[in-house]
Design a protein around this ligand. Sequence first.
Ligand code: SF4
Length: 80
Amino acid sequence: MVEVPKNEMTMIKCICASCPSYTKCMDSGDLGVFCSIGDAKKCLQDLEGCKCQEDCSVSSEFNFSSQYHCNEGSASQQQK
Ligand code: SF4
């Protein structure tokens, strides 16, 4: 699997902030693009849905079959 870069383009495309599971805590430090950088498990309160698969262009560009990257880790971590 191709590693997802955490750069300006993926930051702009990332829709994590509109996800029902997203919390204020996730705003601190590594904002979004959890499919690149791994989890934000310490910030997660409740799994209330994930928009990675259905709405995010990063997910479709990189052909992800995984989601909940804030909880389960980056796309490459989930493949291991
Ligand atoms: S796939 Fe999910 S974690 Fe990755 S950029 Fe899109 S919304 Fe963010």
